[in-house]
Design a protein around this ligand. Structure first.
Ligand code: 2AL
Length: 242
C-alpha cells in the first residue's frame, strides 16, 4: 500500500520530519512518501496562508493520483483543502486535525488542543465544531511558538509546548492533549512520557487511519459533493493539473 503525505507548507525540513515519524508508525508493507509544494508559504498560521497553500497542495494530490497512491494525509492542523482533495482523490484523504480529534475522543473523555500561535486557536475551534468534536474539546491553547521555531532547536519550543500542556491538564481538567501542528510530530513520544496522559499526534493517527481504511477497501464516496470537480478551463494559479 502507498500513502502520500502532503505537508502543505514549503518547509522541506518539516516534511522530512513528518515523513520520518510516518514511516516509523506505518505497518510493514506500507510505503509512506512525504512531499510538500514548492509554491506555498513556509508555514501556515493564518487564513491567508491557509488559502495560499491550497493550489500547491491540490497539485500534489493530482500527482499522487497519477502515481497510484491508495490514500493521502494532509499534514497541517488546519486541514486546508481537505474537501477539495477528496474531490480529486479516489482513495481516502485524512486531515491531521480531524484524525487527532477523533482519536482523542476514543481514548479520553475530553482533550485540550495545544497549538502554535494564539491567532490560530479560532481556526482549531472551527474545526472542532465542523467535526462534531466541540463537546470533547475543553480548550484550544497556544504555546506562542511560531511554526518555524519548531525547526530551530535554539528556540526552546519543546519546553514552551510541554509547559502549555501541563497548564492545559491543570486548568482545563482535560485528560488528553492533541498536538496542534504537524511540526510537533517528533515531540509526541517525549511529551507522552513527560505528561503521563495520551498525547495525540495527528500525523501518526492519520497514517494509521488511512492505512486501516485502505486495508478495508474503503475509498472516498464519489456520490454527491466529493465527486470529481466539473471539467472547465482553469488558468493561472487555478491550474491544478500539471
Ligand atoms: C500548522 C501546521 O500544522 N503546519 C503549519 O505550517 N501550520 N498549524 C498551526 N496551527 O500552526
Amino acid at each position: 500500500m502507498k500513502i502520500l503525505i502532503v505537508n502543505p507548507n514549503s518547509t522541506a525540513s518539516m516534511t522530512a520530519k513528518i515523513g520520518a515519524v510516518a514511516t516509523e508508525v506505518a505497518a510493514p508493507g506500507t510505503t509512506v512518501t512525504a512531499v510538500n509544494p514548492t509554491d506555498s508559504p513556509a508555514s501556515i498560521e493564518c487564513h491567508t496562508e491557509e488559502a495560499l497553500c491550497v493550489p500547491g497542495l491540490l497539485r500534489c494530490i493530482q500527482d499522487g493520483e497519477a502515481q497510484g497512491y491508495d490514500a493521502y494525509v494532509i499534514a497541517c492542523f488546519g486541514d486546508p483543502g481537505l474537501e477539495a482533495a477528496r474531490e480529486l482523490a479516489k482513495g481516502t484523504v485524512i486531515g491531521i486535525a480531524e484524525a487527532a480529534m477523533h482519536a482523542a475522543s476514543l481514548v479520553a473523555p475530553s482533550f485540550s488542543v495545544v497549538t502554535t500561535l494564539a491567532r490560530t486557536t479560532g481556526m482549531a475551534w472551527h474545526l472542532a465544531e465542523r467535526y462534531g468534536m466541540q463537546r470533547f474539546c475543553k480548550n484550544v491553547r497556544a504555546a506562542d511558538v511560531p511554526v518555524l521555531d519548531l525547526e530551530d532547536p535554539s528556540k526552546n519550543a519543546r519546553t514552551l509546548i510541554r509547559d502549555e500542556c501541563l497548564r492545559a491538564l491543570q486548568e482545563d481538567r482535560s485528560e488528553a492533549i492533541v498536538l496542534g501542528c504537524a511540526g510537533m510530530t517528533d515531540l509526541c513520544r517525549w511529551l507522552s512520557a513527560e505528561l503521563d496522559v495520551p498525547v495525540i499526534d495527528g500525523v501518526s493517527v492519520a497514517v494509521k487511519f488511512a492505512e486501516s481504511l485502505a486495508t478495508l477497501g474503503l475509498k472516498t464516496s464519489k456520490l454527491g459533493p466529493w465527486a470529481p470537480p466539473p471539467v472547465k478551463p482553469l488558468c493561472g494559479l487555478a491550474r491544478i493539473a500539471r
